[in-house]
Design a protein around this ligand. Structure first.
Ligand SMILES: [Zn+2]
Length: 246
């Protein structure tokens, strides 16, 4: 068996792993930023709900204060109505006292509604606080994960770069530049497995003669159409399995 074929598959595997790990490491700061923003959005909503609750509480307080002063005012009018000897004045005073009484009844209904609003606001606040504390807990956990994963990714990457350099050094010099060109041109897939009698990269059907060269895995064959290196499915599977188990 031609060891070059194995090395080509292994080198490409390392190269693709480098990209995957790099992409994962790169995505961490963005993901963290999204979580921070989500928590902030919720914090803003909580502040808004608190402002609404405070507003409702002030309305309740003002209605209660209004009720006290109106009670006093009405008692004063009743007293004056009782004390006056002028019938017209008494009627006017009694009328004013009744109007205040009517207003107080309306204020009472308002007070019930305002109190209901305070309760409703408290419910919303309770929910917001629950969600926010969960978000904050997740965020703290995620920050810790980012720190450790960042370290792990860094270590993985360093090891993968070493492995990759070793595999590339094992590629015979006459194929090395072609391998690098093919992988660069084919987005990291410059080496592919044979797919039946077709190239696993571009799908071009190969001649029986070409297939017969590839299957025994003794020579290095490239696709006549896309120039990818072609290996048998057996070599491909065995090498990928080997690399993934390491
Ligand atoms: Zn091809």
């Amino acid at each position: 068996m031609n060891d070059t074929l194995k090395t080509l598959v292994r080198a490409q595997w390392c190269q693709r792993r480098v990209l995957v790990v790099q992409r994962r490491a790169d995505s961490l700061p963005g993901e963290l930023k999204e979580r921070v923003e989500a928590a902030q959005t919720h914090r803003d909503a909580l502040a808004q709900a608190e402002a609404e609750r405070d507003d409702a509480v002030r309305r309740v307080e003002s209605l209660i204060a209004g009720c006290a002063s109106k009670t006093e005012e009405r008692e004063q009018l009743d007293l004056e109505a009782r004390e006056t000897s002028n019938a017209t004045s008494r009627q006017i005073l009694q009328h004013k006292a009744r109007e205040i009484g009517n207003q107080m009844a309306r204020d009472d209904s308002d007070l019930i509604r305002a109190k209901d609003r305070v309760v409703a606001c408290e419910d919303v606040l309770y929910e917001h606080r629950g969600v926010l504390s969960e978000l904050d807990r997740d965020l703290a956990e995620f920050r810790a994960t980012v720190a450790t994963d960042g370290d792990d990714f860094g270590k993985d990457l360093a090891q993968l770069q070493i492995d990759l350099a070793q595999e590339i050094a094992l590629i015979p010099i006459e194929f090395r530049a072609d391998y690098e060109r093919a992988t660069a041109a084919r987005k990291g897939r410059g080496v592919v497995a044979l797919n039946g009698a077709a190239c696993g990269g571009c799908g071009t059907n190969l001649s029986p003669n070409q297939v017969n060269q590839i299957l025994p895995s003794r020579v290095v064959v490239r696709c006549p159409s896309c120039a990818r290196f072609l290996v048998s499915r057996d070599i491909w599977n065995a090498e990928i399995k080997f690399m993934e188990r390491r």
